[in-house]
Design a protein around this ligand. Structure first.
Ligand SMILES: [Zn+2]
Ligand SMILES: [Zn+2]
Length: 348
């Protein structure tokens, strides 16, 4: 088969490799759609993967074309989405079914071969069957959407809360989408790119709910939009010292700050910001990954249900589509930031 193989940092090659064979309790999937995640870019060009050579790609969907030992042939031909994290099943987190915090996990597309290829093998327990209403492209975004939903559900904002989302990359936009879907009436968004205003509008927000932090002071803007009180909930989806400082500064007494963005660097904490956490009795909390338990209430099934009922339209977030062969163009756009993008999708 053809695949993008990472041989080392910055050494990505499109080449012919052996077709993968499903092992025990595994299936082989023909990849139909695979999105590029923000985390793929440092993996390819800065830090490398866990081991090399490795086929990256962890946001994907496809059709089951082969089953390994112990897997029912009923799976053949099924359209599926895939939870990329493969928990060890035996650590303390796994025993508590908190798989996203497994200490000894494997991961499709970073620790074992992923989906920037024609075929990929995964454990059968990582599959989620797709209803016919859900497209392959939508299903390839189940992972980033579930990550966003996980953050939102850990906060459980009230409908009357003023909720601020700072950072409108894919996850920030999905957080906004699910807040909107959940009926939160007062959502404020902070971005720094011209097209983000249009994207936020597509999600049903008014122009007044968008602040371009290059043009206006976001702290003052939040103050103006909250009668000087601050926001009840703040989703920090950037991961920079400036924005988490803004989060703590702009959150109302007894408010909640959710840290979503992966940190770009060390994060300092000045004394007056520390004081704010104490004096305003803030809840500052983190989120990681998503929960997939094969239960109707887990993050993945929460998203799938809303997709099937057409309550969300994530395909509007796809700004670029490339064949597998041309996918490198997408990697370069995200690395060099030569064009605006939200989600770049590889399609078969
Ligand atoms: Zn990702
Ligand atoms: Zn584990």
């Amino acid at each position: 088969m053809k695949a993008w193989v990472l041989h080392g940092i910055g050494d990505l090659r499109y080449e012919t490799v052996k077709d993968p064979l499903p092992g025990k309790q595994e299936v082989c999937i023909q990849v139909k759609a695979a999105g590029i995640c923000g985390s793929d870019i440092p993996r390819l060009y800065q830090n490398g993967a866990y081991s090399h050579p490795l086929i990256p790609g962890h946001e994907f969907s496809g059709v089951v074309v082969d089953v390994g030992e112990g897997v029912s042939t009923d799976w053949l031909g099924r359209r599926v989405g895939v939870f990329p994290l493969i928990p060890c099943g035996s650590c303390i987190s796994c025993e508590k079914k908190l798989y996203e915090m497994c200490r000894n996990y494997s991961y499709t597309g970073s620790r074992r071969d992923g989906a920037f290829a024609e075929y990929v093998t995964v454990p059968v327990r990582n599959l989620i069957s797709l209803p016919k209403e859900v497209s392959f492209e939508e299903a390839a975004m189940l992972e980033p959407m579930s990550v966003a939903v996980h953050a939102v559900r850990r906060i459980q904002p009230q409908k009357t809360d003023i909720v601020t989302v700072c950072g409108l990359g894919t996850i920030g936009l999905f957080v906004t989408m699910f807040l909107q879907e959940a009926g939160i009436r007062n959502i404020l968004t902070i971005g720094n790119k011209d097209f983000q205003k249009q994207t936020v509008r597509k999600l049903g927000l008014l122009d007044d709910a968008y602040c371009d932090s290059r043009k206006q002071d976001a702290f003052e803007w939040i103050k103006e939009h909250t009668d000087g009180e601050g926001t009840d909930v703040f989703f920090e989806c950037v991961g920079r010292e400036r924005t988490y400082t803004l989060a703590i500064n702009s959150t109302a007494p007894l408010g909640k700050v959710m840290l979503v963005g992966n940190p770009f660097s060390d994060m300092g904490l000045s004394r007056d910001i520390y004081w704010k956490i104490l004096r305003n009795q803030l809840t500052v909390t983190g989120t990681w990954n998503s929960a997939f338990l094969h239960e109707p209430e887990d993050d993945w099934n929460y998203v799938l249900e809303r997709l099937a009922k057409k309550r969300i339209a994530p395909a509007e977030m796809i700004t670029h589509r490339y064949s597998l062969e041309d996918l490198e163009k997408g990697f370069h756009i995200m690395r060099d930031k030569t064009e605006d993008y939200v989600k770049i999708m590889g399609i078969a």
